[in-house]
Design a protein around this ligand. Sequence first.
Ligand SMILES: [Zn+2]
Ligand SMILES: [Zn+2]
Length: 228
Amino acid sequence: MNIKILGTRAKVKKSLSNHAKHSGVLIDNKLLLDVGEKEFLDYKPEYILFSHLHPDHAWFVETNEQLRVDIPVYAPELSRYIEKVNLLHSPITLDGYKITPIPTLHSIKVKSVGLLIEYGGKRLYYSGDLAWIEKQYHPLLHDLDLVITEGSYIKKKGVIRRKDDQIYGHQGIPDLITLFSRFSPKIIFMHLGTWFMKDAKTGMQKIMELQPKGVELDVASDGKEYEL
Ligand SMILES: [Zn+2]
Ligand SMILES: [Zn+2]
C-alpha cells in the first residue's frame, strides 16, 4: 500500500507550512480517509471513509456546506452534511481492501471509528481522534503492520474528559504509544497539536524520546508518503 498523509494539523492555529492542512490520508490513490480540506478531493479518490464528522476531518461541517460527490462515502453516522452516506458499522470490502470500522471513544456528540484496512497481506490501522479504544475491540488490532494515530497532546493522559461513565477527548501520546506498541512495530503521528506547532524540531525530539524498544515512531508532515 502507498500511504500519503495529506494533512497533519489538529484543530489548532496554522503556524507551520508543512503542518498546515487538516486530517486526510490517501491510500493507493483510491481510499481517502477523512477530508479535512476540500482540496483533498482533487486527488480523485474512488472511495471516501470518515473516522468521524468533526470539521478538521470533514471540512464541510465547518463551512456548513453539504458534501456532494459521485463516489461512495462511508461514515459512522448519517449526517445532513453529506448528500449520500453509507453507514460504516460493520466490515466492508472495497475493490479488494477489507475495511473494518472499530468504535473509538472520542466525542459525546459525534460517533467515531478507527479504520482497520487489510490489503495484500498487510494490516494498517488509522485511529482518527482518540480518547481510547474499549478493551473488547483490542483483539481486532492483532498483528498490525502500521498504526497512524493522532498527536494532539504530548502530555500523559492528554485531555480526557468524563461524562457519566464515558470518557472522551484526546489521549496523550505516551499513552497511545503504550497502547499501540503492543500491536504494531511502527506508529506514525499526525493531527499535531499546539505543543508541536511551537517548534517542530523539539516536538519531534520529544516524541522520539518516547520510542520503545522494537517500535519505530515517526511524525508525518503534509504530503509525506509511506510504503507498506
Ligand atoms: Zn475529533
Ligand atoms: Zn480532530
